[in-house]
Ligand binder design. Structure first.
Ligand code: GDP
Length: 296
């Protein structure tokens, strides 16, 4: 089920109420059950779905509503705002300012789309007038530096890395120092993703973060990881101070629910989504328009 299908299922659950002349507890309960099923099928974490259901029940008190009140409208509004709450952790993430040097560190598993996303993020800001630079602090994967170099060259963004140095912390520190000296205002650190969640990866992320003191740590997540999203996001959050999430491969056949879970796990907002392999297939993420579109 792709996100559009999730939206379709929720919209259908809400529309079903239009066939009922009276909106009573049974109709409301059926509608909530349909919505719950759709969210679970889309891989949204079980606990989040339960919370959403009980929040909607708390907000919509059918008995207390006067006769003639638009109950369908109230239920729809409650579903809309609870979906928004699910995606909105309530605090905005750090946002780079032109001319104020800052360091943004990217973390995520190998294959999540991290290197591609670093370049997209740099390119997006370059077009807004920033002076971005890329640092490859991934010494684990052979070819990581070449990939970053290729992407950076295509986008005409300066880069730093090494074929010889094996200590990612050292490269990260050197890269940041160098670009700070050269007055770059957005220094982007690409890091290793290894193959799976493992202690060594998290320790490496902790060390790089401690040594470079990033202003923002962005967790990059592949939208297709499904129910694993919550635990994966939480594991990264426990080792570094994740402040924002970017969900990649939204153009694919992902169920999409993982995106919602990652927000809950990191208590950080989704700031962009990746919608293709190309450098400009990158969209700013805004909760309300996203949920509106989801619900058609
Ligand atoms: P990393 O190992 O996390 O650095 O991942 P890469 O940046 O190397 O990306 C892994 C693969 O996913 C590459 O083939 C990318 O082109 C692809 N990719 C990254 N982001 C997206 C996206 O938003 N949509 C699609 N369709 N592919 C993506």
């Amino acid at each position: 089920m792709v996100l559009a299908q999730l939206g379709g299922s929720i919209t259908r659950a809400l529309a079903k109420m239009s066939n009922d002349t009276v909106i009573d507890e049974k109709v409301f309960g059926d509608c909530l059950n349909d919505i719950t099923r759709a969210l679970l099928q889309a891989d949204v974490q079980f606990k989040m779905v339960c919370d959403l259901q009980s929040n909607i029940k708390r907000v919509v008190n059918l008995e207390a509503l006067a006769a003639g009140t638009n109950k369908r409208g109230i239920i729809k509004q409650a579903v809309f705002s609870e979906l928004c709450n699910m995606l909105d952790p309530g605090k905005p993430s750090f946002s780079p300012k032109k001319g104020n040097p800052c360091v943004v560190m990217f973390v995520g598993l190998q294959g999540s789309g991290k290197t591609t996303t670093c370049t997209k993020y740099a390119y997006y800001h370059q077009r807004k007038g920033f002076k971005p630079a890329l640092v490859c602090a991934d010494t684990f994967r052979a070819g990581a530096f070449d990939q970053l170099k290729q992407n950076a060259t295509k986008a005409k963004i300066p880069f730093y890395g090494s074929y010889l140095e094996s200590d990612p912390v050292k490269i990260a520190v050197e890269g940041v120092e160098r670009f700070e000296k050269e007055n770059y205002d957005l220094i982007i650190l690409d890091t290793s993703g290894r193959h799976k969640q493992e202690a060594a990866l998290f320790e490496e992320m902790r060390q790089i973060s401690e040594a470079t003191q990033p202003d923002l740590v962005i967790f990059v997540m592949d939208s297709s990881i499904g129910q694993a999203a919550f635990d994966q996001a939480q594991a990264f959050k426990q080792s570094v101070s994740v402040g924002a999430v970017i969900v990649t491969k939204m153009d694919g056949h992902a169920k999409g629910g993982g995106a919602l879970s990652s927000v809950a796990a990191t208590k950080s907002p989704v700031i962009f989504t990746g919608t293709g392999e190309h450098i400009d297939e990158f969209e700013v993420f805004d909760v309300k328009p996203f949920v509106s579109r989801l619900l058609g």
